[in-house]
Design a protein around this ligand. Structure first.
Ligand SMILES: Cc1ncc(COP(=O)(O)O)c(C=O)c1O
Length: 388
């Protein structure tokens, strides 16, 4: 490793595989998000689908306004632990989902007028009996794509997410207080600016009637080089023009680069290049690497061929594709060496599974102010047994 250390814990002292979330790195992101809130008055929700570690939710709640949930369980986590606003969106709800959500959510966003008209009175009556009141929103589809990967583009042709303008029913808007869209993925503010223009062209007539408009997630706000000024200007102009409260609901931006997955080298096999088998599994512990797909970064490594020693690194499962990628290092890896995968808090911890019976990684927290590492959760056979 050269220059600034890429993490502030000693990976050799940790039992592997394990996640390490660093409070200091989380705080750095929260500070940037606080700046956006302070400059615009917008509200920012944490998208729990991306990062939902209960232990740090109160810390995040110190800055952000609430959570966006995708299911009754996420909504309950928001209600019980985050304890601020809970907004829920589901592509469709069952009656049981609705009854459960009445206990926890403050805002219920529907994906169709069908579901809204079917469930509105049930929600009102159930919430009233519980002494709660729930506001209704609708997800719109601005039919404006900025992404190139269809599975991450809710505005791709044939999308099941959001109501298109041709299906929009202005006659059914009484009782709706917010509109929501989501179409970005790891994108900058210029993509948001173009999306806002498209949404205004299709739905502008209705924004003025709302209390809030939610610009969804996918804003890579905490990435170095992100155009914060353009984001601020886009939000301020929008709030001014339509007299509404703007919400953002990023996931990635909250915990971007704030967590690591530490693995240990178990064996090295001969091949066209050394094949390193580690104790972390790509499909079980970082499935997004295969789903997206992408090559996760390892601290101290370079691309294949860049440094003196190049190898292919994979996990212990039976899947031929349990491979993180090809990497180079200054010196050859040996059995027992630690590998520190970067940017592993987001869409990894929430997606782990026990494929092949492989144990889930421990979860550690690197604490402020001294960097002390605390083990938050360990897993074992019962976690595998109990879910099957
Ligand atoms: C409706 C909605 N909101 C928010 C998010 C969070 O997006 P990100 O983690 O990319 O910021 C997503 C991600 O899929 C989403 O579908």
């Amino acid at each position: 490793m050269t220059g600034q250390p890429e993490y502030r814990f000693d990976p050799n002292t940790l039992s592997t595989p394990c996640f390490v979330v660093d409070e200091k790195l989380l705080d750095a992101n929260l500070n940037i998000l606080k700046g956006v809130k302070d400059r615009t008055g917008c509200k920012i929700l944490l998208a729990l689908k991306c990062f939902a570690m209960p232990r740090v939710l109160p810390r995040i709640a110190g800055v952000l306004d609430g959570v966006c949930a995708s299911s009754p369980h996420e909504a309950r986590l928001g209600y019980d632990v985050f304890k601020k606003e809970v907004h829920t969106f589901g592509a469709a709800y069952s009656r049981d989902d609705i009854l459960d959500l009445c206990r926890t959510t403050d805002h219920l966003v529907f994906n169709s007028f069908n579901q809204y008209t079917r469930f509105a009175s049930l929600v009102k009556d159930t919430a009233a009996a519980l002494g709660r009141s729930i506001e209704f929103g609708l997800r719109i589809n601005p039919e404006h794509s900025e992404g190139t990967v269809p599975i991450y583009d809710p505005c791709a042709p044939g999308s099941r997410l959001g109501i298109k303008r041709k299906d929009f029913r202005p006659d059914l808007l009484a009782g709706i207080t917010g509109l929501h869209w989501h179409n970005l993925c790891e994108q900058d503010a210029d993509c948001l600016e173009r999306t806002v223009r498209a949404a205004e062209a299709g739905f502008g007539d209705f924004f003025k009637k709302m209390n809030y408009v939610n610009f969804g997630g996918g804003h890579h706000i905490t990435r170095r080089g992100y155009n914060l000024d353009l984001l601020v200007e886009t939000i301020l102009t929008f709030q001014d023009r339509w007299d509404v409260q703007v919400y953002l609901e990023p996931g990635e931006a909250v915990a971007l680069n704030a967590g690591f997955l530490v693995a240990q080298v178990l064996d090295i096999l001969p091949g066209d290049m050394d094949i390193v088998i580690m104790d972390a599994s790509v499909p079980a512990h970082m499935p997004d690497v295969i789903e997206m797909p992408y090559r996760p970064d390892i601290a101290g490594s370079g691309p294949a061929g860049k440094k003196a020693y190049t190898c292919r690194i994979g996990g212990p499962s039976c899947l031929a594709g349990d491979v993180a990628g090809e990497y180079s290092f200054d010196t050859p890896l040996k059995v027992g060496d630690r590998l520190v995968f970067k940017d592993m808090a987001i869409y990894s911890m929430v997606k782990t599974n026990t494929f092949n019976g492989i144990c889930l990684p421990d979860i550690n927290l690197c604490r402020e102010p001294d960097g002390r590492v605390e083990t938050v959760r360990t897993f074992g056979y019962s976690d595998f047994y109990n879910r099957l």
